[in-house]
Ligand binder design. Structure first.
Ligand SMILES: O=C(C[C@H]1NCCC[C@H]1O)Cn1cnc2c(c1=O)CCCC2
Ligand SMILES: [Mg+2]
Length: 510
């Protein structure tokens, strides 16, 4: 594997492609838009799964598995939810040499697969709440340019689907799940996110409200939807007749209540965001929490002057330190290949994002110390062998924390409050997101997208294969800026002049 031949700032698209392939996270596949998730990336996904499974178990959610095939009759049950997406649905029409009687869709998401069975399984309010989740892949035949992890025609995700007796119970769960998504990004992937609610235009049309964690890619200045948790209200339960008798009702007739539902999803897009945020010109930079190999130990400073005995002593020291650290549960590799130079080995493991390297040479052996080298900052620090068991775990924790702090500082610097329209597009062009006093009207959002695209491209039409230059609303952040305050009846929307309700996060996006 060669190193990375371009710089992140110089040619981001090529940089990203080389980082994900040459770090051995992913490989291209001969079906366009499909990719192979290799062990280094799959390990990250497994860490996410373990964390999330623990979190949802505490919320009373159980894992299950539904078939991937959806009959057209069932898929089209939810008209408006599906018609906007119809072009993305992949269909099986043949088995062997004979056509299927009716074509079967491959699930693009599983609402229509599951909810007829919710109706069957849920009779009494005692059957509530029903809380299930499945880990699976879905297929969406996207036409925009595919990108590894970020936009692929098949992707791994989890989709949770719950039914509750009351709206309040459902809304609490929506936020509990969103908090787990925030923690996955911030505590596992060291990626800061902005939590909020989607606008009417951007929310999931089948639901009542969509909450989201929004990421930010500094190199392009674009926002990216990181995970969504929806309050579906009673839309789907009315569509699929998921009803229970009203437990509060007295007397003979027992009025039926449509259940209140939620659905929530997070995909392998998480991995792409992590790569883009932390990677550098030497390649991948992995947060220790999700790194398959957290530490690599490399013997150094051996020359032809040294005897085989001295070389062996050095290798033994590397193996001893590795053993010590494995005892602590750390994930350690020793690179004792004698056909490569230390420098070659440093590049090899830097490309693969290993968070911490330990170098041990003859002098280190004498001094009973090792030299630590951080992947994120390249900072070097000697550590005496006697301190290894406390210093190394602490250093990994420091790397994990520092990576989040650095990424959050970058994101915070690139989110600008914009109070006048003339500063809106220039701020986008500075690779920033904007927080604007906004009226929340759907037609205003259309105008913002249109005007910001025109102001960026002149009258050139948009290429729908390329990422849009128009800005969209990313979310209405729960954490609203305090200054300058939005004064009801006074503060105006910067685009249309109507009364501003809240600050909205707007930006170019993936
Ligand atoms: O998938 C959802 C809503 C919901 N699905 C379950 C997980 C959470 C959340 O993403 C929205 N959605 C997106 N994309 C598509 C569809 C769709 O419903 C259906 C058809 C193909 C493309
Ligand atoms: Mg889509």
């Amino acid at each position: 594997k060669l190193g990375i031949e371009v710089t992140k700032e110089g040619d981001f698209a090529k940089w990203y492609q080389q980082v994900v392939t040459r770090s051995e996270m992913l490989d291209y596949y001969d079906v366009s838009g499909c990719y192979i998730v290799r062990p280094l990336a799959y390990f990250v996904w497994q860490q996410i799964q373990e964390f999330f499974d623990g979190g949802i178990r505490n919320l009373g959610v159980k894992n299950c598995y539904f078939p991937m095939f959806v009959s057209s009759r069932v898929l089209e049950r939810e008209k408006d939810h599906i018609e906007g997406f119809a072009p993305e649905v992949a269909w099986v029409t043949r088995a062997g040499s004979s056509d299927l009687a009716e074509p079967l869709a491959i699930r693009p998401t599983s609402e229509t697969v599951m909810y007829p069975y919710f109706a069957k399984w849920i009779q009494s309010y005692r059957d509530l709440p029903l809380k299930i989740n499945q880990w699976c892949s879905v297929v969406r035949w996207e036409f925009k340019n595919p990108q590894p992890f970020l936009r692929t025609r098949e992707f791994l995700w989890q989709e949770g689907h719950c039914a509750h007796l009351t709206k309040d119970e459902a809304m609490v769960e929506v936020r509990d799940i969103l908090e787990l998504y925030r923690r996955i990004y911030e505590e596992l992937l060291a990626v800061p996110v902005i939590e909020g609610v989607k606008s009417e235009k951007e929310k999931f049309a089948g639901g009542v409200a969509t909450t989201t964690v929004e990421g930010f890619i500094p190199t392009t200045g674009r926002g990216i939807q990181g995970g969504t948790s929806h309050y579906l209200g009673q839309n789907f339960s009315k569509m699929f007749n998921v009803v229970v008798e009203d437990p509060e009702a007295t007397g003979a007739e027992r009025p039926k209540l449509f259940v209140h539902q939620t659905s929530w999803g997070l995909s392998t897009r998480t991995i792409g965001v992590m790569v883009m945020v932390h990677g550098d010109d030497k390649g991948l930079v992995l947060p220790p929490r999700v790194a398959e190999t957290q530490i690599v130990i490399v013997p150094c400073g051996i020359t032809v002057k040294h005897t085989d005995e001295e070389r062996r002593k050095l290798y033994d020291a590397c193996l001893d330190v590795a053993h010590q650290l494995k005892q602590l549960g750390l994930r350690v590799e020793t690179d004792l290949r004698d056909n490569y130079t230390p420098g070659f080995k440093f590049s090899h493991w830097e490309l693969r994002g290993v968070p911490l390297r330990l170098e041990i040479g003859p002098k280190d052996l004498e001094k009973q110390s090792v030299l630590t080298v951080r992947r994120d900052t390249f900072a070097k620090q000697p550590v005496s062998r006697s301190d290894i068991e406390t210093a190394i775990p602490a250093l990994l924790e420091t790397i994990q924390k520092d990576m989040l702090v650095k990424a959050r500082k970058t994101m915070d610097e690139r989110v600008k409050i914009v109070l006048d329209w003339e500063n809106f597009v220039p701020t986008l062009n500075d690779k920033c997101l904007t927080l604007i006093p906004w009226c929340e009207r759907e037609e205003c959002e259309e105008q913002i997208k249109e005007r910001s695209s025109r102001d960026s491209l002149g009258d050139e039409p948009e290429d729908d294969k390329a990422p849009s230059m128009g800005a969209k609303s990313l979310c209405l952040p729960y954490n609203q800026p305090a200054e300058p305050p939005i004064v009801p009846g006074q503060t105006k929307c910067i685009q249309c002049g109507h009364e501003a309700k809240r600050y909205a996060l707007f930006g170019r996006s993936y």
